[in-house]
Design a protein around this ligand. Sequence first.
Ligand SMILES: Nc1ncnc2c1ncn2[C@@H]1O[C@H](COP(=O)(O)OP(=O)(O)OP(=O)(O)O)[C@@H](O)[C@H]1O
Length: 347
Amino acid sequence: MIRIHAVTRRFGEVTALDGVSLEIEEGEFFALLGPSGCGKTTLLRVLAGFETPDSGTVTLDGQDLLGVPAHRRPVNLMFQSYALFPHMNVEKNIAYGLAREGLARAEIGERVAAVLATVGLTAHARRRPHQLSGGQRQRVALARAIVKRPRVLLLDEPLSALDKQVRAEMQLELKRLQHQVGITFLVVTHDQEEAMSLADRIAVLDRGRVQQVDTPVELYRHPRGRFVAGFVGANNVFSGRLLPSGGLDVPGVGVLPAPAGKAAGLVGVRPESIRLAAQGADAHLHGTVLDISYFGGSSRIAVTVPGLDRPVLLTVPGPATVTSGARVALSWDPESAVLIETTGDTP
Ligand SMILES: Nc1ncnc2c1ncn2[C@@H]1O[C@H](COP(=O)(O)OP(=O)(O)OP(=O)(O)O)[C@@H](O)[C@H]1O
């Protein structure tokens, strides 16, 4: 198990990591998710040994890791595929690290062959990187990292260079591989969909601080704090006061469906929980359709509501039945509204 405790790293005025504590289990697929500049790469570099924190500790199975030089750590950083050696074929690229470790030729041959089979590139062993597709190059980069049999594999935005379809394929591939090799994977990404689809657990970082660590489902269902609520999946966040009899009283808007409570705070309602309602008794909000985005299987509708500073988003299956400029009524079940953050208790 990796235990990161109170790790802080400053660069002049910038605090890249601000008291980060995390525990990553053996064999886990763990993601660090956050916007650009939140400190993800710095944390990865600390684990890899390319960066020393100002304070804090990192242990692997109880053993200090920070005092161990980078090349002695049982941790490997997977570089982007453009870091492959262009003049070496696939096999040689993969064998390179093992040869440097001084392993016997026979063992290198066996290990390279095994890993080539694992990533499905046996038939391409003699090709050079420029003779491969982006996805295949990414597999070589992966093979090169896992052939060294690290305990922990660090991946920095591993799929960002790939186009959408290849990316989806590689996500499946990465998960399958991680399962097969049983190595702990720690992936860094700013793409929440990627983190959700890959990881067993996700740590959301903002400005050098861990905001929440949870499974993808929990992060989506019960985001804690405004940042996570807005960053992980689309969300509608309403600010108001929960009423003991049920509902959220939003100043200037009215009482919106929400469970009973006593706190003033922020409540989130996911776009797929909101439906178009008939005007009248069962409608809770009224507004004007601002924009419609069609995604094939579903559509996202943005509705401007007087009194709210951001449009309300809702998702409907298939093409939308309304058009821009239409007046619509919106509704949702109280149970689908979750308290994200309290801003004070009502006396
Ligand atoms: N060597 C450095 N010198 C000065 N500032 C740095 C250095 N490395 C990182 N920083 C700063 O620390 C902060 C965190 O950087 P980091 O690269 O960890 O972010 P990130 O979340 O990985 O972002 P991105 O997704 O853009 O790579 C940023 O403000 C960055 O400018």
